[in-house]
Design a binder for this molecule. Structure first.
Ligand code: HPA
Ligand code: ZN
Length: 390
């Protein structure tokens, strides 16, 4: 085992990770007594790769609650709501999704169509409570210590669940998940890019009543023309309310580079969900580094998306090496065969040949870009270091 923390060095000002490009690191721990940078690939040589991935304490920042509903649970929820699913059985869900993401079929559109079938079964606050608690139980099994989960309230409202019922049910589920499974979590409210910005703005005002239950806002669903400029006023309103700000920029969409830049410069986001196309534009890499923008990549999600998965691997390899705050996440673990975080990490490591020290850097990036308080981030970092030093 190699030691990764030389405490004799004492407090240190953070240094840039990767190949010498400095991130301003808005969320970096400026006075960490040690860092994960010196972790070697021989870390925890007492463990097999499988044990290492299973055991490393994890943080997840990009996961959609509606994408966590497993087939069996989907059938139960649909049954209690009297909804007929277009599947014969839970196995049918997996088979249908496999067909929709078969080579040549994969796309964000096909993915969202499948997601719509699952999330279309949600009809009550109790459904949102169920999926939150189920998800957090699964997080415990995956070794996830802290998770930021997204929800689309517009979807809930269209299906008869008012914003208050949706947010309160999730909040109760988060409290239950902490008590019963020891997993801390926060909620990100996403607006749908293919629905009017005025709807998002109205919802933001309604959300004032639940301000303490929502840490930040995001944008997801179809990447439609007009994004992101259409949402500038929404983000201004959110900034005034001191929400943390993120937005999806899905991979290989028309105008990906322009969208990423505009989200950073015009919406003022602190994070981009996906945002891998950054890797193809050096000036954008510089901007991401300068502003300490976090990127939440979702390796297994990309299997269901058009374009060679390999080119995406190259993108997150180069973003890690450039020193960006890129992390590994699941997106929608129960959809399109993405799988849970341990599986996502294992697949990414195998496909991109990430080393153990790369994985530690991904995890440290996730901790540093988490929207939780400084104390909690320090605790998470020290748990990561303790695991590596054991
Ligand atoms: N992109 C866009 N919309 C989504 C996603 C995503 O990754 N996941 C769930 N809704
Ligand atoms: Zn997503």
């Amino acid at each position: 085992m190699s030691g990764i923390c030389d405490r004799s060095r004492g407090p240190r000002i953070h240094s840039p990770r990767g190949q010498g490009k400095a991130a301003t690191g808005r969320w970096r721990h400026d006075l960490d007594p040690c860092d994960t940078e010196s972790v070697g690939d021989d870390v925890r040589s007492d463990l097999s790769d499988e044990e290492f991935v299973a055991g490393i304490p994890k943080v997840e920042l990009h996961v959609h609650l509606e994408g966590t509903i497993e087939p069996l649970s989907l059938f139960r929820i649909a049954e209690r709501n009297g909804i007929e699913l277009p599947y014969d059985s839970p196995e049918g869900v997996v088979a249908f999704q496999a067909e929709r993401r078969a080579p040549g079929n994969e796309s964000l559109v096909n993915f969202l169509e499948c997601l719509d079938i699952s999330r279309g079964a949600l009809r009550t606050g109790a459904d949102y409570h169920t999926i939150t608690v189920d998800f957090l139980a699964r997080c415990r099994d995956e070794g996830v210590r802290y998770v930021e989960m997204m929800v689309d309230p517009q979807q809930a409202i269209r299906q008869g669940v008012p914003l208050g019922d949706c947010v309160e049910a999730i909040t109760q589920g988060r409290a239950d998940g902490l008590t019963n499974h020891g997993v801390r979590s926060q909620l990100i409210m996403c607006f749908q890019r293919d629905h009017p910005a005025a709807e998002a703005e109205a919802l933001l005002e309604q959300a004032d009543a639940h301000r303490d239950s929502i840490v930040g806002i995001g944008l997801d669903n179809y990447e439609t023309p007009g994004f992101p400029a259409l949402f500038a006023a929404t983000y201004e309103l959110a900034r005034r309310r001191e929400y943390r700000l993120t937005s999806h920029c899905d991979v290989n969409q028309p105008d990906s580079i322009r969208h990423i830049r505009a989200c950073i410069e015009d919406l003022g986001v602190e994070r981009i969900d996906h945002g891998l196309n950054t890797a193809t534009d050096p000036s954008l890499v510089d901007l991401v580094l300068e502003r300490g923008i976090a990127l939440t990549a979702c390796p297994t999600f990309y299997h269901g998306q058009q374009g060679a998965a390999e080119s995406r691997l190259d993108m997150y390899r180069s973003l890690l090496d450039a020193g960006t705050m890129i992390s590994l996440n699941t997106d929608d673990p129960a959809q399109f065969g993405s799988g849970w975080l341990t599986n996502t990490i294992s697949e990414a490591m195998a496909a991109a040949r990430f080393s153990r020290s790369d994985l530690v850097r991904f995890m440290h990036n996730a901790i540093d870009s988490a929207w939780t308080d400084e104390h909690h981030r320090r605790d998470l970092t020290s748990e990561l270091l303790t695991f590596c030093n054991r």
